[in-house]
Write a protein that binds this ligand. Structure first.
Ligand SMILES: Nc1ncnc2c1ncn2[C@@H]1O[C@H](COP(=O)(O)OP(=O)(O)OP(=O)(O)O)[C@@H](O)[C@H]1O
Ligand SMILES: [Mg+2]
Length: 402
């Protein structure tokens, strides 16, 4: 039988999918969006909106909240329907149209198949259904930048020109993104259509995060299990880092989980600091795990060169020489030194290594490189499956690759 937690009363309130009944500190953003979309309740088409804000600033929560409130105002969806599509999950034009249409088409026999139809056929079918409903459809495309990344902007053209062929119904798009550069990536025509209105969500400050966390903690935790100062520490650390409410909530949850694992009956500031370190380590390891192979090889070369020099700073030449050995062992053609230097700069920008430019008089410039991750993370890199051949085969010339 599952042991009952002595600290957490209801874990679901700490889940990122939970939508609170109230969203403090987003009143202005909610009012702005509601004012723009209210005409839909009288069957008038609202402007398209782009919602922009960094990760964890409450965009998804606010849009879901507004959808829920809109349904309360128009419970039979007589005048307007609110559709939500998560483009992180569906990021191709067919998938998006499939998802939208199947929220509209209620009769199972008429639903569009998961694959197999041409895009034109799907498009015509959707238009017919939308038109036959004679109302406004507000379509939220959350994480809209993911579509652009994977499939270009054709689908935006499709959707924003749909109103030209509709007469009794209209659609209105709310695009949501945490990529502040998204709008610059659009062609001018689509930019002006999608961005008829813009609503920007600023990051939360420390006080705002504290009040968000307090409300959530009351729902999620047993009373008296959080030491004083814990919530403001979680809020302060997250505000300083990013103003991201998701990270602040995760920090509180992971702190509680560490306390639980230790069998402690009080969540303390020490748990918060351990939780922070654990989350940072996970985040760095995730960045490393998803690096391109060549960057991983350059990183491995930096680590090996460093170890060969007994952890003293190394220079680009040392790294390049180890890199060529690694390529040799992995039967890979090495990149030119200039390209490896660029990859070193990228690793430096990611904060995984420190690369300081150093002048060597007449010999020109080089970089002095140090490793900026802890032992656990170094072990994690060494265990990457890319380096499996190195574990099996150690050429005579090599010193201490692994
Ligand atoms: N004002 C708020 N009050 C209460 N909880 C909030 C508030 N803002 C955000 N949250 C909570 O923080 C978490 C992250 O919010 P949300 O998912 O809406 O962020 P987002 O802006 O959509 O981020 P991303 O760009 O990464 O998708 C969610 O669990 C959400 O419920
Ligand atoms: Mg979101």
């Amino acid at each position: 039988m599952k042991k009952r937690s002595v600290l957490i009363k209801n874990r679901s309130f700490l889940h990122t999918t939970y939508i609170p009944d109230q969203l403090p500190h987003r009143e202005n953003e909610i009012t702005n969006i509601v004012e723009i979309i209210t005409p839909s309740l009288n069957k008038n088409k609202p402007s398209n909106i782009l919602v922009i804000g960094k990760t964890g600033t409450g965009k998804t929560a606010v849009l879901n909240y507004i959808g829920r409130e809109l349904k309360k105002e128009d419970s039979t969806e007589e005048n307007c329907s609110f559709l939500y599509v998560n483009c992180e999950i569906v990021d191709n034009p067919y998938g998006i149209l499939f998802n939208i249409s199947n929220q509209i088409i209620k009769d199972h026999n008429n639903k569009i198949p998961f694959t197999g139809w041409s895009l034109d056929k799907v498009y015509d079918t959707i238009i017919n259904y939308i038109e036959s409903e004679s109302k406004i459809f507000i379509i939220v495309l959350d994480e809209i930048d993911k579509i652009l990344q994977k499939s270009g902007d054709d689908i935006f053209y499709f959707l924003t020109t749909m109103n030209e062929v509709l007469t009794d119904s209209k659609i209105s798009i709310i695009g949501v993104t945490n990529n502040t550069k998204f709008i610059e990536l659009l062609s001018p025509k689509i930019k002006s259509r999608l961005g008829e209105e813009k609503v920007v969500f600023p990051p939360y400050d420390s006080e705002q995060l504290e009040s968000i966390l307090k409300r959530r903690a009351e729902l999620a935790f047993e009373s008296g299990v959080i030491e004083e100062g814990v919530i403001s520490l979680c809020a302060g650390m997250s505000a300083k880092d990013s103003g991201d409410a998701r990270k602040a909530l995760d920090l509180l949850r992971v702190s509680a989980e560490i306390a639980e694992r230790n069998g402690d009956s009080l969540i303390t500031e020490a748990h918060v600091r351990s939780a922070w370190n654990e989350m940072e380590k996970d985040a760095v390891q995730e960045v490393i795990r998803t690096l391109p192979d060549q960057s991983k090889m350059v990183l491995m070369s930096c680590i090996t060169a460093h170890e060969n020099k007994k952890n003293v700073s190394v220079i680009t030449g040392d790294v390049y020489s180890v890199y060529k050995d690694i390529c040799n062992s992995m039967y890979t053609v090495p990149l030119k030194e200039k390209r490896v230097t660029d990859l070193i700069s990228e690793l430096d920008m990611l904060g995984i290594i420190h690369a300081r430019v150093k002048s060597f008089g007449r010999n020109g410039r080089t970089r002095e490189i140090d490793i900026n991750v802890n032992k656990d993370t170094i072990e994690f890199i060494k265990k990457d499956e890319l380096f499996e051949p190195l574990r099996k085969h150690k050429p005579a010339k090599q010193t201490t690759l692994l």
